[in-house]
Design a protein around this ligand. Structure first.
Ligand code: 13P
Length: 252
């Protein structure tokens, strides 16, 4: 069985003190969890603080974004090497908020994915359809285009170091979760794309998370699906109890 990954995306929330306290709380509560991988992604200005709070724990550090260039005149941006320097293992790329609020497209996300991999980071690459896409029956087409574009040019070895997060945009922060069947259907499409584009072994190994209003009370059903290998959690990752409640819902 693939090792599940449950990751918190804190988005633009917390402050220095609350980020440290939340990280310490998650680290402590996660001490006994050995059958799944856990990570938290604080705002970039608290990566160092949270990294310190997580030191020696079972919880990995992730960033929420990065730029693809190595260094230079890119005001406001962070490089992959900077994230590695801060102790990050993961970086979330192509999140729907980056795509739809900040206008990131697949070619840009692809450059970021390649730069993250080159630096030794594990990119968590997000994709998912808008409500209008789903209602028009375009879900498969949209996720296929995002998959092909944001993951272009990766070798089978590289794809195995990528985590894919299926996050239907209409389910993010809305309390409206995809049903386990709706989510599993798309995860299966993604798994088949991995077979077609890479090979069976890679398809078997790649972790595909679900994200979008995951809560303790829907985690068991969602995470119980055969092709759902964990969760990318927004709102419910901002407190220790619901986040660990989701972790408790993992497949065993
Ligand atoms: P919510 O869990 O708040 O819906 O956010 C999901 C998400 O965007 C995680 O990246």
């Amino acid at each position: 069985m693939r090792r599940q990954l449950i990751a918190g995306n804190w988005k633009m929330n917390t402050n220095r003190a609350s980020a440290a306290a939340l990280a310490e709380g998650v680290a402590k509560a996660a001490a006994s969890i050995t059958d799944a991988d856990l990570a938290v992604s604080p705002p970039s200005c608290y990566l160092e603080t949270v990294g310190k709070a997580l030191r020696g724990s079972r919880v990995a550090l992730g960033a929420q974004n990065m730029y693809f260039e190595k260094d230079g005149a890119f005001t406001g941006e962070l490089s992959a090497a900077m994230l590695v320097d801060l102790g990050c293992k993961y970086v979330i790329l192509g999140h729907s908020e980056r795509r739809h609020i900040f206008g990131e497209d697949d070619p840009l996300i692809n450059k970021k994915v390649l730069a993250a991999l080159a630096a030794g980071l594990a990119p968590i690459v997000c994709l998912g359809e808008l409500l209008a896409d789903r209602e028009a029956g375009r879900t498969e087409q949209v996720v296929r285009t995002q998959f092909d574009g944001s993951l272009a040019g990766l070798t089978p070895e590289q794809i195995c170091r990528v985590v894919i997060a299926y996050e239907p945009v209409w389910a993010i922060g809305t309390g409206r979760t995809a049903t386990p069947q709706q989510a599993e259907e798309v995860h299966l499409i993604l798994r088949r794309l991995l077979v077609d584009k890479y090979n069976g072994e890679a398809a078997n190994r790649v972790i595909i998370q679900y994200g979008g209003s995951v809560k303790p009370d829907n985690a068991v059903e969602l995470l119980g699906q055969p092709n759902i290998d964990g969760a990318l959690v927004g709102g419910a990752s901002l407190k220790v109890e619901p986040f660990l409640g989701i972790v408790a819902g993992r497949k065993r």
